[in-house]
Design a protein. Sequence first.
Length: 751
Amino acid sequence: MRVPGLRRILSAIGLLLMLPLAAAAAEGPWAGAWTTSWRDDGDQLTLEQQGERVTGSYPLYGGRIEAVAEGRTLRGTWTEGTQRGQFIFVMDRDGNSFSGRYDEGEWWTGARHDGSPMTTGLNLTTPRDAFRQFIVSGNLARGGRPDAWALNIMALDFSTDGQSLARPDHLRLAQELYALADLTTFRISTIPRETDANEVTITLAQSGSEAVLPLTLTRGADQLWRIRMPTAEARAAARHQLLAQLGGRLPAADAFRQMRNPRDTMRSFLEGMADWDGTGQALALSTLDLSAIPEVLRDGQGRLIAHFLRRALHQIGLVGLQSIPNDGTDRSPYVHFSHPAGRIVIAPLGPEADAPWRFTTQTIREAAQVFAAVEGLPPPIAAPPGLIPDSPYFRVRDWVKRQAPGLLNRLGHTEYWQILAGLLVLSGAALIGTIGARLARRGMDALVGGAESGASFTWALGIVIGLSLAGAFPGMIGMPEEVRRFSLPFFGICLTVAVCVVLWRILGVAGIILARISTRSATAADDILFTLMLATARLGVVTMSFLSLAHFLSLPTGGILAGLGIGGLAFAFASRETLSNVFGAGILVTDRPFQRGDWIASGEIEGAVEHVGIRSTRVRTAQDSVMVIPNGKLSDSTINNLGSRRLRLLKTTLPVTAGASPEALEGFTQALRQRIAEDGAFVAERTDIGLSGITEAGIGVDVITYMKVSTTAAERAVRHAFLLDAVHLAGACGLTLGSGMLPPGTVPPMG
């Protein structure tokens, strides 16, 4: 009974999940709004797809298309009035853009658009409405919505130049007139709303000069108002006046990015926010004076403030960027909005004539309060051009607003829901950090053979895990700068100290493991290199910790590094001997003149190497004492590494003091050669035995040979056995070795 019910439930869930896919399949991949471009122009293309058939229109040119879709390829015809042609589009793999050609190879490309309405409240009912539509649609078109030129053209009366003009000519004239109007500054409120006359003449003035642009608005037979297109002579005269201040030519398309006046700064901010997920973020943030925010907070808080400011500007509304002054010679701050909760002000950064304009530090500080004050306003008649980017913080806040609006009340600068979310994040991070730290501690203790890591390591690792997880949430919670100014340095210092403790312990564990490797493989992986590596790593941890502390305390790391450079010179001079020893350790590691366990001789020093540290090397002598030699001195001296010998030299003189005769001496030397040849510990082919001289003390027999042994103990044993046999061989030959020894067969005296 339960299984069929479960199957029905699963089937229903699967059907619900497939409904969006089915709807998307019904619409087809080409359906939607596309922002398209072709040589020197572009338009908004709206497509509808039913099966393989695709139809659409682009209003700016009054065009329409009919096509057939074949997967990612769309082939069809375009029509503009009496003109007609062929085209082909190929959709990219991401489904959000296409590339194509029309007619004789001209390119036509597009990118998917969200299809949101360009603006609200635009109409031609009054002179003010007509002028508003002309300006707002022109700003939209310049900001990336070329289809808005259709609305712009609708607000113009072209009867001056004749009704026979083609659509492209209308577009050219509309863009030309908009460019002239963009050089002026005006308030939309100065244009009449109601009038009984059929014509209204307005004069748009340029800031900082006496140049003007006269325009006439007329009421048509349809009772709608439009701007009469000035004659070519009137446009030329106005252009000459308006461009005189600019050296006779229009500003470059990207000149506004230099932010030489309040209008350029506002435009840079709006266009940067519209392309927030692309390259626009840097442009938008560059319009904000974040100098009053601690450096460690500027990145995150700057992004949050930009979102607050953009949404506040949208709620306030803006009827044309041209209402904002574009005269940079007047250095008075521009007040865009004022409220008891705060103001939005754009001002130059300094008194210099070329100082850029920015949103002031006061605006940055009060942006959240201004947004809260205007959040409840109804939608404006005209909003600033450009899209408002998505933000995780505002998604969460909007959800809270729908579910529990009471949590939007404030305690100081912080909303209730932010406090609750912060406590929840910290609690969850602490729990996960504690569990993770205990598991990691057990694994590390097992790795080093059960050595306890200690409670400090567990606490530190828990803090690292917890704060690392919690660090992903402040941007989503949107904690105000007044709180993060203190919380971030505090938690940052805690994290830095905890990371330092954890890394120090990890390096200790690494030292134990490397010591084991070094013990098992003394010839290939001795602890000289390991010791230096660990010491360097510890020094890096300490340096990183200081730089991290400086970062969280907003101290300029450049100044700290420069100070370390100057102080480092003085420190190096004062501790040159110590540094010499450190560099000496590096030389010993690089050149590797010996390994741990080697027997070395250097000047008065002779013994076995026990340990090489950063400052000194320990050598155990034959007397079982330990000598500590500074690495600087050792690296500068001549080192005789006896432990790296492939063969050990046996060189001795056997003094024959009695019984010597030519025959006996020859027999003795032959016997010694035979003894060495029969012993595999010697190199017979490198053996030299012969008489070395005759003196009053006796006749010397030199023995020079090499032993194939690798340790001192083996060398001593082989030498001992050989000398014993030499004594026996001498006795057998009737010879006496050594001064004062009794001749063979002599009985020592009694008593």
